[in-house]
Design a binder for this molecule. Structure first.
Ligand SMILES: *[C@@H]1O[C@H](CO)[C@@H](O)[C@H](O)[C@H]1NC(C)=O
Ligand SMILES: *[C@@H]1O[C@H](CO)[C@@H](O)[C@H](O)[C@H]1NC(C)=O
Length: 253
């Protein structure tokens, strides 16, 4: 094995020397080109990058920027890459994606990996017109209307949706659940309408209850009155009789 490692190391260092001498080491630090099944690949994995490097060869088909420390994707982060097909940005520290970040890639990009980052909330405008299959899993997503709009406007990479999980939510019961499951049960963009509907229902029910209780009270009161009236009526004939008696007595007298 040592015999194999030595020539490899020699070739590598020779390569580096050659690159440095010919001046084509204009590649960003930690990045190197590769040919992979006829695809021009550019690898910057594990390169401690803190931003998307400039000077990526414009004929790159596959770009690996995974396992770096990129915190943010600004507008036009990937311009001048007219034949880029696959972009791997997984395992970074991305918290924000500015709208227009993927501008210029819309027509040709077919795969975009943003998994294992720190994405909480991204506007769907950031992905506008993108036809790529997107992997958004393993991010601390805030499950709200904005995420619902985003998910509805992108095509998720096959099999990546199970680990697209709510990191936080206004509804405690959604935390830790797969977002597609939450979306199937709840329309997160109609939350406001729903609460107003509920408020209206409660108010209507309140009014209804008041009317009913008033009716019940009214009927009871009337029953009491009626009973009293009936008792009065019952007591009347005897009184009348008595008065009649007294009158007859008086007339007799
Ligand atoms: C890359 O840039 C060079 C020089 O600007 C240009 O001639 C070439 O056509 C570009 N390649 C692609 C694939 O756009
Ligand atoms: C999406 O990303 C996760 C986490 O990095 C990975 O395990 C999974 O294989 C990816 N899925 C696809 C379809 O790329």
């Amino acid at each position: 094995a040592a015999g194999a490692v030595l020539p490899l190391g020699l070739t590598l260092s020779l390569c580096c020397l050659q690159l440095r001498c010919t001046g084509s080491s204009s590649f960003p630090k930690g990045c190197y080109p590769e040919e992979e099944e006829g695809m021009k690949t550019f690898r910057c994995s594990h390169a401690r990058l803190t931003e998307v490097p400039r000077d990526i060869p414009n004929d790159t088909n596959k770009l690996y920027l995974d396992s770096n420390r990129i915190p943010f994707l600004p507008r036009d982060a990937f311009r001048d890459l007219p034949v880029l097909l696959e972009l791997d940005l997984s395992h970074n520290a991305i918290t924000g994606v500015e709208s227009g970040a993927f501008r210029g890639l819309a027509e040709h990009l077919r795969s975009l990996d943003l998994s294992s980052n720190r994405l909480v909330s991204v506007s769907k405008d950031a992905f506008s017109n993108l036809k790529a299959k997107v992997n958004l899993s393993d991010n601390p997503w805030l499950c709200d209307c904005r995420l619902q709009e985003l998910i509805r406007s992108v095509e998720l990479a096959a099999g990546s949706s199970a680990s697209l999980v709510c990191g936080s939510s206004a509804q405690e019961e959604h935390v830790g659940k797969a977002f597609l499951q939450v979306m199937a049960d709840t329309d997160l963009c109609n939350g406001y309408k729903k609460t107003t509907d509920v408020a209206m229902l409660v108010t209507m029910f309140g009014w209804f209850a008041m009317v009913i209780s008033y009716l019940v009270y009214y009927v009871r009161q009337n029953q009491e009155d009626a009973r009293r009236h009936l008792e009065y009526l019952k007591s009347l004939p005897s009184k009348q009789r008595r008065s009649e008696e007294s009158s007859t007595i008086s007339t007799v007298v």
